[in-house]
Design a protein around this ligand. Structure first.
Ligand SMILES: [Zn+2]
Length: 141
């Protein structure tokens, strides 16, 4: 399993995450067959240096836009302003409906951008299944 990005989309993600500092930033990735075709930079409805929550209404609009475009929601991204590009325990917990093992977004890749070194952001992807974190290779075209 891999996820492929256009270089310009990765740059948009980095710019969005930098603009959100010192708080986390977030967004969704739409595409097909592991190829990201559209990046949605979204607002952090509960901004914090180690927290994000998508705005439900914006999320709803984005999901509709993705469906209307004939694409699929294949990933989510968020930043870690001062942490590693690796899912936190909160990220793992939030991958599921509260109190269940039902994934919020089955098959979605969780992309995390670390801004620990702001001049050199690090981006990595993961799948979170049954509480287990597995790295997904990211390719930039
Ligand atoms: Zn996180």
């Amino acid at each position: 399993m891999t996820l492929t990005f256009h270089k310009t989309d990765i740059q948009r993600i980095f710019d969005h995450c930098a603009a959100g500092l010192p708080n986390e930033s977030c967004g969704m990735l739409a595409g097909r067959d592991g190829a990201v075709e559209k990046v949605y930079c979204m607002k952090n409805a509960k901004p914090g240096p180690d927290y994000y929550e998508m705005d439900p209404e914006e999320q709803f609009r984005v999901m509709k836009d993705i469906r209307d475009a004939g694409l699929q929601m294949i990933g989510l991204f968020h930043s870690h302003p001062t942490g590693q590009a690796y899912p936190s325990s909160v990220d793992v917990a939030q991958a599921y409906w509260p109190g269940t093992q039902l994934p919020n977004y089955p098959d979605a890749v969780y992309v995390i951008v670390s801004l620990m070194d702001r001049s050199r952001p690090v981006v990595r992807g993961f799948s979170i299944e049954e509480g287990k974190v597995t790295e997904v290779a990211l390719h930039v075209l």
